[in-house]
Design a protein around this ligand. Structure first.
Ligand SMILES: Nc1ncnc2c1ncn2[C@@H]1O[C@H](COP(=O)(O)OP(=O)(O)OP(=O)(O)O)[C@@H](O)[C@H]1O
Ligand SMILES: O=P(O)(O)OC[C@H]1O[C@H](OP(=O)(O)OP(=O)(O)O)[C@H](O)[C@@H]1O
Length: 216
């Protein structure tokens, strides 16, 4: 039996995802050591390998088959646009993709003015404004602390993740429009889905049974 390889988005989602795997009997003790510099972890008994990768790289590993399965946010899936199957919503890391800005920007949005939109997610922003709203905008790619952009005059609005709303509030910004809800998803390589169907289906069934029972 060959190893099934699972790529986990490191950062916010990893801890909860590992906890879920543990609850369905898939453990990887070595991975819990926060000091380790090791990148890949093996469970010999279950013939599974885990690795942690930068969230935006997870869909790439899965599309190319370097990982059979990935756990990654819906935001990253939409942004990266890779060929893969999205098979299950883990309902962790729940948040929303939103258009945000100062109150005054609401009118500019409403009247379809040519505004600048800063975002870590340029493809999601482009899809929302061009395809859903049929509105021409200028998109400016940033890599983090996106809330700064409207404050210092780089853009009129931002497209960013909102969870509690605390970052927006502390910076005098608000949600102007909601783009879509987000959560962590299980994604699967297209070939692995056929070649390893039985093992992958069992894993997803175990995840579903555990999470549905937990909800009750
Ligand atoms: N408040 C939040 N802010 C950002 N992402 C969140 C939040 N809540 C849940 N998430 C989920 O967690 C993922 C981001 O995790 P994290 O913030 O650790 O990575 P990142 O900072 O986007 O990654 P990178 O280091 O590549 O910039 C998102 O893809 C999203 O699905
Ligand atoms: O609604 P809240 O609960 O305040 O969470 C949302 C904030 O958290 C994320 O930023 P992150 O901490 O990942 O930093 P970054 O913007 O530098 O990526 C996101 O980009 C928002 O800024």
């Amino acid at each position: 039996m060959r190893y099934l390889t699972i790529a986990l988005a490191k950062g916010r989602l990893a801890k909860n995802a590992l906890e879920i795997f543990e609850n369905i009997g898939i453990t990887c003790e070595e991975m819990k050591d926060e000091k380790t510099r090791k990148l890949i972890f093996t469970n010999e008994e279950l013939k599974l390998r885990f690795f942690l990768a930068k969230p935006s790289d997870v869909p790439t590993y899965v599309e190319y088959g370097a990982a059979d399965i990935g756990i990654v946010g819906k935001d990253t899936i939409l942004e990266e646009g890779r060929r893969l199957y999205e098979v299950y919503d883990l309902k962790i890391g729940n948040c929303k993709m939103c258009v945000c800005g100062p109150k005054e920007a609401k009118e500019k949005l409403k009247h379809h003015e040519l505004i600048r939109v800063a975002s870590k997610y340029p493809n999601i922003a482009k899809d929302y404004f061009y395809n859903k709203k049929h509105q021409t905008v200028e998109i400016i790619k940033l890599n983090g602390s996106v809330e700064l952009a409207p404050i210092v005059g780089l853009s009129e609005v931002i497209v960013d993740i909102v969870e509690t709303g605390a970052t927006l509030k502390e910076n005098g910004l608000e949600v102007l429009e909601e783009v879509c809800p987000l959560s962590a998803r299980v994604v699967v390589n297209e070939v692995s889905m056929k070649m390893e169907n039985e093992r992958i289906t069992k894993l997803i069934t175990d995840l579903r049974n555990y999470l549905e029972n937990k909800e009750k």
